[in-house]
Design a protein around this ligand. Structure first.
Ligand code: NDP
Length: 276
């Protein structure tokens, strides 16, 4: 019998760790699966996804730049996908239609609160970026007890749109990137920009990091190195990359597809050795 078919769609996708993570999870349960990385340009995304599911695909992860398109393709959306307007998981329903989920925010919060044992309640947070990933994590940070979330994006309209969508002006509001030096300090600084993966760097004032600051970059490896070096120099208490988030978000997808909760720590430890 052919093993169940899974895939991650992205463009580019060569860097994706998802196949390695899902194969490692599957091994924990003796599950046979075929998990492929599929590189598809935006214009071909919908057709490629439909073909994959028509040919017995069971579930797919979706990454840059297809997360909004994935959400739009589905006939059912989880609350997290609906709020974010983006999806990183697609699952085939019994009638052949697709369900969309967004596990980014839950995965990030679990990485912070469980793996790194940091209680987010009462934190004043700064969210840098207002793209798909920022949308994916903003609500979960507030749900985890972050007191206020200041959203700052290079293009202010996107930050305004995210704050409007959250609709809690007393807790989530925007400021201009040019004013970062005037904002005082934060307990939590989340870099949800793609500056690092695009080979750029952020020029951030050291005054942003308060004494107990947790600085978290959603990216990992070389892409996170500039922000994490800035955080350490600024005296942040924690400087954490997005590797743990990646493993946690994958675990949520795995559970949606297989109905079993994998152990994330051994897989995280294995990847950490690759990205030390
Ligand atoms: P998007 O393309 O949707 O958004 C990119 C964001 O980065 C925008 O807000 C953009 O601002 C901003 N940006 C890009 N370059 C710069 C720069 N030079 N200076 C300031 N801001 C910049 O990407 P995503 O939101 O999907 O992804 C963001 C990051 O999160 C990526 O590094 C991705 O790999 C990572 N990620 C990690 C996950 C994990 O599991 N660890 C999961 C999801 C994402 P503007 O609007 O002005 O263009």
């Amino acid at each position: 019998m052919q093993p169940a078919q899974f895939a991650v769609f992205g463009h580019p996708i060569g860097h994706s760790l998802s196949p390695q993570i899902h194969r490692a999870f599957a091994q924990q349960f003796g599950i046979a699966l075929d998990y492929r990385a599929i590189d598809v340009a935006p214009a071909d995304f919908a057709a490629a996804v439909q073909r994959f599911f028509a040919e017995d695909g069971v579930g797919a992860n979706v990454t840059l730049p297809h997360k909004a398109a994935a959400c739009a393709l589905a006939s059912q959306r989880s609350l997290a996908a609906t709020r974010a307007g983006t999806a990183n998981v697609l699952t085939r329903l019994e009638d052949g239609q697709l369900a969309a989920h967004n596990t980014d925010g839950a995965g990030m919060v679990r990485d912070i609160t469980e793996r790194h044992s940091v209680d987010l309640r009462g934190h004043d947070g700064l969210l840098l970026g207002a793209g798909g990933a920022a949308h994916g994590v903003a609500w979960n940070l507030l749900d985890a007890g972050v007191e206020t979330l200041t959203i700052v994006n290079r293009s202010p309209a996107a930050a305004d749109a995210l704050a409007d969508a959250i609709g809690e002006p007393a807790r989530a509001h925007t400021r201009y990137w040019e004013d970062l030096a005037d904002l005082g300090s934060f307990d939590l600084i989340v870099n949800a920009t793609s500056a690092g993966v695009l080979g750029g760097s952020l020029q951030l004032p050291f005054s942003l990091a308060g004494a107990r600051a947790l600085c978290y970059d959603l990216s990992y490896g070389v892409a996170a190195s500039g922000f994490l070096a800035w955080a350490k120099t600024a005296g942040a208490r924690y400087a954490i990359d997005g590797l743990g988030m990646l493993v946690e978000t994958a675990a949520d997808a795995f559970e949606l597809w297989h109905g079993k909760r994998p152990q994330t720590d051994p897989v995280y430890a294995q990847l950490r050795r690759q990205y030390s």
